[in-house]
Design a protein around this ligand. Structure first.
Ligand SMILES: [Zn+2]
Length: 655
């Protein structure tokens, strides 16, 4: 095992993990050695005879655990994007061990005693020290021995359940797929799509990981739509029980740590700080959003000529959109070719704002042949980092889209960032990859996260790049969406893949008008999921949920968001974000971040839009700071004032 590639730092440019050398059997020994080495380093820090200082305690902890860090980073990246039976097995086995490992450090009394004695005058160090103190207290460092014992058990079980929840979902995406024998049942999807779904003489439409399957907008057969919808909302029913159990365990853990419920525990170290602050915001949105959705529903029923059901919504919304705005979503696809969207859209916008440039590095390999590697250079030509793009859906890839780091930027290690964007675009059997407008949106959004990672200029890995509160992290990514329809950018990338003709101006105008349509639906499905998350995580340990389906229904009714035509974007059984994705009691983050996003878009517009000076200001005050300062202070430094909710309400048509 001397040749285990995780045992030494990568020798590739930017310390890109050596994917060509990494084999599945390398993970377990690397995890084992990584954890053992990390614990020994921590023991040495905790047991030191020297008086505790920032350097021999906090900085030393930052320097510790390098093998484990390298291993876990690659393993969980691959487990999400390119998993296998062996990786899934190992994930089940290793997740509770990693939880135990993390508890062994955070509940180490000697170490905690030393951390409490550290002082520093340096502001960046002081901020990091405070993060460490928060992390330890929140992990239970101040609890008694028996309380810590119970905490360890709770964390163990939660970790196991979370892995099970996500693995059940990955299986359900194909096991609960819509299967038909007669391709005529899929009428509306288009010939090429139908052909690509053929499998052993049958046609299989896999489920995407949210309620409203995109095919519902196109399938002409109403009964097929109903079947698809029911498969979607009913998938992985075993997860209902897991979710209820997890909510109970989290409630008990919150109580142990001195909080009334898990939501209060979660928001305490977010920018929201209190449950009340989150609820005050959600309260302002629910009523107007439901009223908008009701008005939209009336228009759809009129179009349909009968009272519609949830599986009819997208289909008739598309018809109304066509009738009202003469807008045909499919007419846009030929103008959104994947490669062009990136080079002439996503990269171009970043180039004009921040002066960065991108070079293909076909010599560098990702973890799958479809992963593309780009080197990113700063305006002065200096190297900035690597950007990996994994655009296509695979049966062994988690649903949705996300960004993660393979190497965190830090001055401490002199490391530059390596970031990945994952999307789930269907790979065409042949020919160019043409995107939907939503997929273009996702490309710009995820790249906003990538910029947050790439521009990071901080000393310590713990606060690098996107290591900011969850209710802040969606803010820079949402801001980056503003360039999708920015005239110079759109004109640059939205060109017909065969003729090179720019997208006709009238199509662009229609796109903008049509964007305002269906906002009621979008806001309600989002808020319903948010309030469902909230209900599960405001439970107290005494409130055992015997019937999770009934609980879900009652929760939506109590929140004033039970609107049967617009179910939550995620139901409990497939709410990956909150039961396996680190967003428990945090799904509110998207709209919370959108307040800052809407404010920032307004600032860019007030200041002349797509200009280097504007990009540089945003980068300097915000993107480069990572989590090394108070995030709201960096927002204020950028915007020049406190955030207001008004731009968001205007954008969503809620005033
Ligand atoms: Zn995001």
């Amino acid at each position: 095992m001397a040749d285990n590639p995780f045992f030494a730092p990568s020798s590739l440019p930017y310390r890109l993990p050596p994917f060509a050398e990494i084999r599945e059997e390398h993970y377990l020994p690397a995890f084992e050695r990584g954890m053992a080495e990390h614990l020994a380093e921590v023991e040495a820090i905790a047991g030191s005879d020297d008086p505790p200082t920032f350097d021999n305690t906090i900085a030393a902890l930052e320097r510790a655990g390098r093998i484990l860090d390298r291993t876990a980073t690659v393993f969980f990246s691959v487990a999400a994007s390119n998993t296998s039976d062996a990786i899934m097995e190992l994930e089940k086995r290793i997740s509770p061990e990693l939880t135990r490992h993390s508890d062994a450090i955070r509940l180490n009394r000697a170490l905690w005693a030393r951390i409490k004695q550290v002082t520093t005058d340096d502001p960046e160090q002081a901020w990091l020290l405070e993060k460490y103190r928060e992390d330890f207290i929140r992990a239970g460092a101040d609890l008694t021995e028996p309380e810590q014992e119970r905490l360890r058990e709770l964390n163990q079980e939660l970790s196991k359940l979370s892995t099970e929840f996500s693995q059940n979902l990955l299986k359900a995406s194909t096991e609960s797929a819509l299967v038909v024998d007669d391709p005529a049942a899929l009428d509306g999807l288009g010939e090429a799509t139908i052909r690509s779904l053929e499998k052993d003489g049958r046609y299989v439409l896999p489920l995407l990981n949210f309620t409203n399957q995109p095919a519902l907008a196109q399938l002409t057969d109403r009964d097929v739509r109903r079947r698809l919808f029911e498969l979607s909302v009913g998938r992985a029913p075993v997860n209902f029980g897991l979710a209820a159990r997890m909510a109970m365990l989290r409630a008990e853990r919150a109580a142990l740590l001195g909080f009334p419920n898990h939501a209060a525990y979660v928001v305490a170290d977010q920018t929201a700080k209190t449950v009340e602050a989150v609820e005050e915001m959600l309260d302002q949105l629910v009523g107007p959003a439901v009223r908008n959705a009701e008005a939209e529903a009336a228009a759809l029923a009129e179009q349909a000529g009968f009272p519609i059901e949830p599986w009819d919504w997208s289909y008739y919304a598309e018809k109304v959109r066509r009738a009202r705005y003469d807008f045909d979503a499919d007419a846009m696809r030929p103008y959104f070719e994947l490669d062009r969207v990136y080079r002439d859209g996503v990269f171009e916008a970043a180039g004009r704002l921040y002066g960065v440039t991108f070079t293909d590095r076909p010599d560098l390999a990702g973890y799958h042949e479809d992963v593309r590697v780009f080197e990113v250079f700063d305006a002065d030509g200096s190297a900035l980092g690597l950007f990996l793009l994994d655009p296509y859906a695979r049966a062994n890839k988690r649903g949705g889209a996300w960004m993660n780091n393979l190497v965190d930027q830090s001055f401490l290690f002199g490391e530059k960032p390596v970031v990945v964007n994952n999307l789930n675009i269907t790979k065409p059997a042949e020919g160019p990859t043409l995107l939907s407008y939503d997929e273009v949106n996702t490309a710009f959004h995820e790249f906003g996260h990538a910029l947050h990672g790439l521009f990071s200029a901080v000393r310590f890995p713990r606060v690098s790049g996107t290591s900011v509160p969850r209710d802040f992290v969606e803010y820079p990514s949402q801001v980056n969406e503003m360039w999708i329809t920015w005239p110079e950018i759109l004109a640059n990338y939205a060109r017909h893949h065969e003729t090179g003709e720019p997208m006709p101006a009238e199509l662009v105008k229609k796109l903008e008008a049509a964007e305002k349509f269906n906002q009621g639906f979008k806001t309600v499905e989002y808020l319903a999921a948010t309030l469902l998350d909230w209900a599960w995580h405001k439970l107290v340990p005494e409130h055992e949920v015997a019937d999770p389906v009934a609980f879900e229904k009652a929760a939506l009714e109590a929140a004033g968001i039970a609107f049967p035509l617009v179910p939550p974007r995620y139901r409990t059984n497939y709410f990956m974000h909150i039961f396996s994705g680190g967003y428990s009691a945090g799904y509110y983050s998207y709209i919370w971040s959108e307040v800052l996003d809407a404010e920032s878009v307004e600032w860019f517009k007030e200041n002349g839009g797509l200009k280097r000076a504007n990009g540089d200001h945003f980068r300097r005050e915000l993107l480069s700071r990572g989590g090394s300062v108070d995030p709201l202070a960096s927002f204020r430094a950028f915007r020049g004032r406190e955030p207001s909710i008004r731009p968001l309400l205007e954008r969503r048509g809620l005033i």
